[in-house]
Ligand binder design. Structure first.
Ligand code: G1P
Length: 298
């Protein structure tokens, strides 16, 4: 059954980034760099590779730097060219969203009412058909873009909602949306429920959702009816769970590696992972890898 193409990617980027204060006091967390590339750039590249037509950023008025970052800056490029830095100008052009190729919309989420509320804010800005949601905090690197894999897989399954999943240690389930698993076929997990941040002792499984979703457009009606859940926020998880019997939900094990760049440990791991694949960092990494652990202060 064809579900129609996934034409829109929604990027919820309104969050305060409290876990990265003080760095995020004046810089949106989505612009924190993994080595030299801001998190949001990885998300944009993933959406572009997956062939979406429109990108909708659900942002906050205090985070206007995101808009400045993602859009092309022809003046800056001209200045760089005048100063003999033509390659840098070209690289910037390539990274930015070109409005000839992709439509871009910014909608504001004024109050921090949750991920579900953020997605609902995008409702009037999306193109018809299923939508993708990308949480830039979850950096996924690999041979193939996670969203490209999911969009290809989405057309082959009966379920209307598809979420990216990983298996997590039981003690970590309270950080994630967790699937109630009823079966596994290849990379797909069939689910008959989903719960946001359960207590480890009540968790239905250890199959956790990470920040990539392909959602049937009926999600917007479900979100409009959704009351606040865990943490007093409108949860995307609850809206997906609500019409699970009619719409269907599958989890998808992607091939790439995921880093939780919403935490310092995840951010550092992502940087080390990328650095390990770039000879420019061999010397620096060599020094750290050959060093003995810092002795405890006496
Ligand atoms: C959000 C979702 C959660 C999901 C997680 C993935 O939680 O609500 O279901 O598992 O992203 O990163 P947050 O990390 O914003 O608390």
């Amino acid at each position: 059954m064809s579900k129609g193409p996934v034409r829109t990617a929604i990027f919820p980027v309104a969050g305060l980034g409290t876990r990265f204060l003080p760095a995020t006091k004046a810089t949106p967390k989505e612009l924190l760099p993994v080595l030299d590339t801001p998190l949001i750039q990885f998300a944009i590249d993933e959406a572009r590779d997956a062939g979406v037509e429109r990108m909708v950023f659900v942002s906050h008025p205090s985070k206007s730097a995101i808009e400045r970052y993602v859009m092309d800056d022809a003046e800056l490029r001209a200045t760089l060219r005048d100063r003999g830095k033509a390659k840098l100008a070209r690289d910037l052009h390539k990274a930015a969203i070109d409005e000839d190729d992709h439509e871009v919309t910014f909608v504001m989420q004024h109050d921090p009412l949750g991920l579900g509320h953020a997605v609902l804010c995008a409702r009037d800005a999306v193109l018809p058909g299923p939508v993708a949601v990308i949480l830039p905090d979850d950096l996924i690197v690999g041979q193939k873009g996670c969203l490209s894999e999911m969009i290809a897989a989405y057309q082959d399954i009966a379920a209307g909602h598809l979420v990216a999943t990983i298996n997590v240690p039981r003690q970590e389930v309270s950080k994630y949306g967790i699937l109630s698993v009823v079966g596994q076929t290849g990379p797909f997990t069939k689910a008959d429920g989903m719960v946001e941040k359960p207590d480890p002792k009540d968790t239905p499984s250890t199959t956790a959702v990470v920040g990539r979703y392909v959602l049937d457009p009926c999600i917007f009606d479900a979100l409009a009816r959704q009351t606040p859940g865990a943490g007093g926020e409108v949860q995307l998880t609850d809206a997906i769970a609500k019409d699970i019997l009619t719409t269907g939900l599958a989890g998808f094990q992607f091939s790439g590696q995921r880093f939780d760049c919403g935490t310092k440990q995840g951010m550092l791991s992502a940087m080390l992972h990328l650095a390990r694949h770039d000879p420019a960092f061999d010397d620096v990494l060599g020094v750290f890898l050959n060093q003995n652990p810092t002795p405890n202060a006496a």
